[in-house]
Design a protein around this ligand. Sequence first.
Ligand code: FNR
Length: 189
Amino acid sequence: MSYKVGYFVGSLSSTSINRVLSIALMKLAPEELEFTEIPIRDLPLYSQDYDEDFPPEAVALKRAIEGSDAVLFVTPEYNRSIPGGLKNAIDWASRPWGKNSFDHIPAAVIGASVGQIGTAVAQQSLRGVLSFCNARQMTAPEAYIHFSAEVFGADGTVRNAGTEAFLRDYMAEFRDHIQRVLTVLPRQS
Ligand code: FNR
């Protein structure tokens, strides 16, 4: 059984270490997972004023999530929280009220930072938001990645065997989590 995973990179930076991490994760993932990035860059700032008539970028965002079997968040930590661009995308996807695109979707959270705590605080904040959005989160393993250019090549190559094994296991666990959630009750489309 294969699963479509829509992934978010929470950084808009052209040199994003989280984008590098996302490439590494795709390389190490089990073959049953198929990945498509869900872009957040061109979304306007959310306002309830749009609820009657969403702009094309937001319609595309919601369709991409609803067309995915699961979502993966690969995000930096900004000021001990979720980067604004990513939070804005989640706010769009959660609305209008009653049409929350994350409802019951299997989800996982991971992130890299140059600091030692590896986005732990941002991930806790993101988990709270995803709980409210009723996503079915993988709670373990947690993955707080301390990024170093010695370990991660720009092409997503992982040069440390321990890190590679950890990330490979993380993605295998995510595949199992998706299967577990969707086997209990498939998402309604
Ligand atoms: C940071 N950074 C950062 N790192 C961290 O571990 N905790 C934090 O709270 C913050 N806060 C923060 C705020 C802002 C506005 C910026 C620009 C950066 C540093 C951050 O980990 C580093 O810039 C990463 O390279 C960001 O990830 P991307 O964009 O390279 O994927």
